[in-house]
Design a protein around this ligand. Structure first.
Ligand SMILES: [Zn+2]
Ligand SMILES: [Zn+2]
Length: 234
């Protein structure tokens, strides 16, 4: 057991974040594509301009203002291409995810053999998301590589940057996933802090980060209920 670099909890062996903080990262990576889809709706005018010109002034409608932050967030580009000393730190979602995949790839060992059959281990050269270099594709990729990323000291920075990004998106979309409390206590810490969070498949504990499949939770809840009934009957 080692210490979490963000909080006083312990983290699994060889990892830099506790289960609560690694669980948050996993949750954000599932939330990000959904937030981006909500944000895209900001680019679609809710009222379609009518055909033709009104009054012959040469202009039917004023352009509908779009928050420049939305355009930047949904824009393409790499982090190095968007330096702007006056902005509030908004950067394209794709650029942030792409940069993190690049950091993780650089640290990920790649084993190759030369013609003589001698094995070499060197950093991977480039990350290639199986679902394409889209926000969803990168979120899948980062989720798949998360177990490795958690062994790197930069895991805390990944947590901070993705957390900032998700909060920025939630502020714009006014959408935050809700936690739905579960009745049975957490089997790991005994507190009544198990929840089902919108968009996340696992039931997870807000206090210790323990997570379980919905089936496992149902079995656990049934056992807990049976124990309670046995204790009442005794
Ligand atoms: Zn922690
Ligand atoms: Zn717990």
């Amino acid at each position: 057991m080692t210490a979490c670099t963000i909080c006083p909890r312990t983290s699994p062996d060889g990892q830099h974040l506790c289960l609560v903080h690694s669980g948050e990262l996993r949750g954000w990576l599932t939330e990000l594509p959904a937030q981006a889809r909500l944000l895209e709706q900001f680019l679609v005018p809710s009222v379609q301009p009518s055909q033709g010109r009104i009054g012959g002034t040469g202009r039917a409608h004023s352009p509908i203002p779009v928050d420049i932050r939305v355009l930047v967030l949904l824009g393409p580009g790499r982090l190095d291409d968007t330096p702007d000393p006056d902005d509030d730190g908004t950067a394209p979602i794709l650029a942030i995810l792409d940069a993190w995949a690049g950091h993780i790839t650089y640290h990920h060992p790649s084993a190759t053999r030369d013609r003589q059959g001698v094995a070499y281990v060197r950093p991977c050269e480039q990350a290639r998301p199986r679902h394409g270099a889209t926000i969803t594709g990168w979120c899948h990729w980062l989720t798949a590589y998360l177990p490795f990323a958690l062994t790197l000291p930069l895991a805390a920075d990944l947590h901070r940057e993705l957390g900032d990004l998700v909060r920025r998106l939630r502020n714009l979309t006014h959408s935050t996933p809700s936690h739905h409390p579960r009745a049975a206590p957490c089997p790991a810490c005994d507190l009544c802090t198990l929840v089902k969070t919108d968009g996340r498949w696992h039931i997870h504990c807000l206090d210790c980060g323990h997570q379980m499949t919905p089936d496992d939770y149902d079995q656990h809840a049934a056992r807990y209920l049976a124990q309670g009934q046995a204790a009442t009957a005794a």
